[in-house]
Design a binder for this molecule. Structure first.
Ligand SMILES: C[S@@+](CC[C@H](N)C(=O)[O-])C[C@H]1O[C@@H](n2cnc3c(N)ncnc32)[C@H](O)[C@@H]1O
Ligand code: SF4
Ligand code: SF4
Length: 340
């Protein structure tokens, strides 16, 4: 692995230390739900920060207790053909698909650090058995789980067990009208998938969420989706259109980062795994020169070893001040800002 590591970047002045402190405390304070607990929790976190500021091992310094999200893009393959998304055009060859045992091991190694494990793709439910294995393991390890899905392969048995496990399902919906739906999915499956969403609502209740992508193409549809979600009592989140290799045009708001620039991108606390087991810090890592190469591969190395490298630590530091449009992606935002 080539490590382009600059020693100069490690020399830190007072401004850097203050920036480092605020970068850690602001998102932490936002995660504390009870306002009365904010001050004492920040005080305790400050003590922890001070200790690890001067005495630190990378894994403890950057990967605090329940401080991270593990995001697994379980496959690139998909049963839909959404024009906004180009992921489905590059399914991984069978022999490059990570064996599920490697991911389960990774989850076990990291679970003390995780506030959430998220499964996305491609379409995760193409690997429904593996998804359920992860859901069961996450429950055992007390890690909340989120699946982002197009809902095509949902069924009663899966939903019933998923409900019992207490995890969250996010279904992607960009229109609630048949014609637009079929256009946006690249497959005429409105009449198959809509009843599955209603079944998911019936079984999962408030463990179901809906997410839409806002672009010029979908701008007229999204308010209707939001209204429909309100009527159904389903929490909704809008994600701005990004470059997923698809063909939708950016909405004018896409390039604006819609919260203060001082808040570090929450993605710096993410650990992302590609379908072949490669590990990166955010799925937009190619925008950061030092992060272009994956940090390692969980099929070949232990995840803690991967995350403890000098380069991984250095990339986390760079990500604190990274302020690109991808900061707006749902998976790269503090969880407190999502879904209403
Ligand atoms: C890539 S999909 C994978 C999971 C699943 N196949 C689905 O569609 O929900 C994950 C999320 O990214 C969203 N997405 C797809 N293309 C996008 C784009 N160009 N910009 C932003 N989000 C996008 C999807 O709508 C979905 O909510
Ligand atoms: S957005 Fe999801 S459902 Fe649509 S093609 Fe991409 S991966 Fe498949
Ligand atoms: S702004 Fe984008 S590239 Fe930078 S850390 Fe966040 S997700 Fe990664």
């Amino acid at each position: 692995m080539s490590l382009i590591y600059s020693l100069k970047k490690n020399k830190q002045g007072v401004t850097h230390v203050i920036g480092d402190y605020l970068g850690e405390m602001r998102p932490f304070a936002k995660r504390v739900k009870n306002p009365l607990l904010v001050a004492p929790m920040v005080l305790l976190k400050t003590i922890e920060w001070s200790i690890y500021r001067w005495y630190k091992t990378p894994i403890r310094r950057f990967y605090g207790v329940k401080g991270n999200e593990l995001i697994y893009m379980i496959t690139n393959a998909c049963n839909d053909r959404c024009p906004k998304c180009g992921i489905w055009e590059r399914p991984e060859p069978r022999d490059q698909h990570l064996m599920i045992t490697h991911f389960i091991k990774c989850l076990n190694r990291l679970h003390h650090n995780l506030y959430q494990v998220t499964l996305t793709g491609g379409e995760p439910l193409l690997f429904k058995k593996d998804v359920m294995l992860i859901a069961e393991e996450a429950k055992k390890l007390d890690v909340p789980m989120v699946i982002v899905s197009n809902a095509r392969f949902l069924d009663e048995e899966f939903l019933t067990r998923y409900k019992e496990l207490g995890h969250i399902l996010v279904i992607s919906v960009d229109s609630v009208e048949r014609e637009k739906w079929n256009e946006f999915r690249g497959k005429k499956n409105f009449d198959i998938v809509m009843p599955k969403i209603m079944l998911a609502k019936q079984i999962l209740g408030d463990q179901l969420r809906i997410q839409s992508v806002l672009s010029k193409e979908s701008a007229e549809e999204i308010p209707k989706v939001i209204e429909w979600c309100k009527q159904q009592g389903i929490q909704h989140n809008t994600q701005f259109n990004q470059d997923f290799g698809g063909h939708w045009n950016n909405h004018e708001t896409t390039e604006k980062v819609n919260y203060d620039n001082d808040t570090p991108c929450a993605a710096r606390k993410n650990i992302c795994v590609y379908p072949n087991g490669d590990v990166v810090k955010c799925f937009d890592h190619r925008r950061i020169p030092l992060a272009k190469q994956p940090l390692g591969n969980i099929g070949k190395q232990d995840i803690i070893e991967i995350l403890s490298t000098k380069r991984s630590t250095e990339i986390s530091k760079i990500m604190k001040t990274c302020n690109l449009p991808c900061k707006n992606m749902s998976c790269n935002k503090p969880q407190t800002l999502l879904f209403n």
